[in-house]
Design a protein around this ligand. Structure first.
Ligand SMILES: Cc1cc2nc3c(=O)[nH]c(=O)nc-3n(C[C@H](O)[C@H](O)[C@H](O)COP(=O)(O)OP(=O)(O)OC[C@H]3O[C@@H](n4cnc5c(N)ncnc54)[C@H](O)[C@@H]3O)c2cc1C
Ligand SMILES: NC(=O)c1ccc[n+]([C@@H]2O[C@H](COP(=O)([O-])OP(=O)(O)OC[C@H]3O[C@@H](n4cnc5c(N)ncnc54)[C@H](O)[C@@H]3O)[C@@H](O)[C@H]2O)c1
Length: 451
């Protein structure tokens, strides 16, 4: 029997959930198909557990800088138990029940497209059909093709965020978001950590100055950071630990290797190619309404746009609006990017190199927040913090900004709004920031820009 719906959502991470809940609230007949857990990678093996794990060591470090406070002790069992609570002990039965109460049909199984006009989906022995299908299948970790890596213990984000014990030593391959966040967590929990990034600096897509500042923060915690370092081969030592042979000589040995080298979109096995749906290297190819084909939509990591939960949710809102008759197009200007390290690393908009490639004439200013503001000193006895701003010199608008400072993930939103809305710099410098806050730094930095 073929079951008919208005829409079928495949994959129930943050992207799929956003679409499904909006369509259900608008009274559409919706079926969702999820092969693992409702909440997706983000809820169980990515954003949520990593942020829950990073917070206790951050509190300890903040207490060290707060005059007259005792240093809190870290209790691994307590931290691990809270992480498990935050990932709902990997039990999504309440989420399933919640959607069913809203009238959504929840199918647990791996979905495959079996026909089009209208779309047909097979999952868990059932056959579903709908005029609209939304692909929200996310991404999977990419383990680099290093010879011998299969002979040693390799973790991806899954094992790293679900860890039961902290290993004595970890060699992290990569120097991007996962490497930096999990590298800091593991270091602060007592592991000997080395980050091996093949590019010239950490956080390759960001301003190299932010990458350098993050490397300095990690080194201050005790991690070893090596850039321009590629792993050539891996082998298992007689004692069982992993030995990584590096390009240009040298070796690193560790109990565990963490592969933090990017992601691949979950598009294979969906039957897309067979049905003539274009899939690129980055993922499902979509237009500016997130449409991949007539009646077929895609959101989140599966599109390879920017692998961030807030982008998946934004695309989900765009698709839901289009499906509900409100035409809406995506605009990715000013998407904030935040690493929940201590201090937080936040960025938005263009880097100077990207602006130069676009032929823009720019002006850049950078300030040491501790030299300019009161807030870092009321916050900590040993404060740190930098803010960089990049402006379009001709149009006098902000193009980008980065910061490494406490709570930068919150106050980067000032710059995110300015970049997205092209607010003139003269309007921004006429603003009144609360004293004493980190946000005051924008006034100082923007006034330093060359006219
Ligand atoms: C360690 C780590 C930390 C991160 N931290 C952050 C953060 O702090 N902030 C942030 O913005 N981003 C963060 N990210 C990125 C974020 O996790 C992703 O961008 C986000 O999960 C993408 O959401 P999504 O809905 O596209 O896919 P996912 O969350 O990956 O969900 C996709 C779902 O589809 C299901 N699925 C796949 N194929 C099928 C199929 N054929 N049939 C049925 N179901 C299927 C999967 O089981 C999964 O549940 C982090 C990533 C990692 C690895
Ligand atoms: N706080 C957050 O928002 C957050 C946190 C974690 C992850 N994420 C998202 O998850 C995605 C995946 O994160 P990620 O860290 O796996 O990928 P990434 O793309 O951020 O970084 C991968 C890094 O690995 C390096 N690399 C690749 N192959 C290598 C090799 N063989 N040897 C050495 N270095 C190598 C790359 O140069 C790059 O710097 C990111 O794109 C990010 O958007 C977001």
């Amino acid at each position: 029997m073929v079951e008919r719906f208005d829409a079928i959502v495949i994959g129930m991470g943050p992207g799929g959930e956003t679409v499904a809940s909006r369509l259900a609230a608008a009274g559409r007949r919706v079926a969702v198909v999820e092969k693992e857990l409702i909440g997706g990678e983000c809820g169980y093996y990515a954003c949520i557990p990593s942020k829950a794990l990073l917070r206790p060591p951050e509190v300890r470090s903040e207490a060290r800088g707060a005059a007259g406070t005792a240093e809190p002790a870290l209790d691994w069992e307590g931290i691990r138990a809270y992480r498990d609570t935050m990932v709902r002990h990997r039990d999504d039965s309440r989420q399933v029940a919640g959607y069913e109460e809203q009238g959504v049909t929840v199918v647990k199984g791996e979905a495959r497209l079996t026909g089009r006009d209208p779309w047909r989906v097979a999952a868990a022995g059932r056959e579903l059909t709908a005029p609209e299908v939304v692909l929200a299948t996310g991404s999977s970790p990419l383990v680099p093709p290093v010879e011998g890596l299969d002979s040693v213990e390799v973790w991806t984000n899954r094992e790293a965020t679900a860890l039961e014990e902290v290993p004595s030593s970890v060699a992290v391959i990569g120097g991007g978001a996962v490497a930096v966040e999990m590298g800091q967590f593991l270091t602060r929990m007592g592991a000997r950590v080395v980050l091996l990034e093949r590019g010239g600096h950490l956080l390759g897509r960001e301003d190299p100055r932010l990458g350098a500042a993050v490397a300095e923060a990690l080194r201050a915690d005790g991690a070893e950071v090596r850039t321009g370092t590629a792993v050539q081969r891996a082998r298992r030592s007689p004692g069982g630990s992993a030995v990584l042979e590096l390009d240009g000589g040298g070796e690193v040995s560790a109990e565990v290797v963490l592969a933090a080298t990017g992601r691949v979109p979950n598009t294979s096995g969906l039957g897309l190619e067979e049905l003539g749906v274009p899939v690129g290297r980055r993922g499902v190819e979509v237009d500016d309404r997130c449409r991949a084909a007539e009646g077929l939509w895609a959101v989140g990591d599966a599109t390879g746009t920017a692998l961030l939960t807030h982008v998946a949710k934004y695309q989900g809102r765009v698709v839901a609006d289009n499906l509900l008759g409100r035409e809406r197009r995506t605009d990715y200007t000013g998407v904030p990017r935040v690493l929940f390290t201590d201090p937080e690393a936040a960025a938005v908009g263009l880097t100077p190199d990207q602006a130069r490639e676009m032929g823009l004439e720019t002006s850049y200013a950078e300030i040491d927040l501790t030299a300019e503001l009161a807030r870092p000193w009321t916050y900590s006895t040993a404060p740190t913090g930098r803010l960089g701003v990049l402006a379009d010199r001709r149009h006098r608008v902000l193009l980008g900004a980065w910061a490494l400072a406490p709570m930068a993930g919150e106050w980067i939103h000032f710059a995110a709004l300015a970049v997205r809305e092209r607010i003139p710099i003269d309007r921004l410098t006429d603003g009144i920031a609360q004293f004493p806050t980190y946000s005051e730094g924008y006034l100082v930095a923007l006034e330093r820009l060359e006219p």
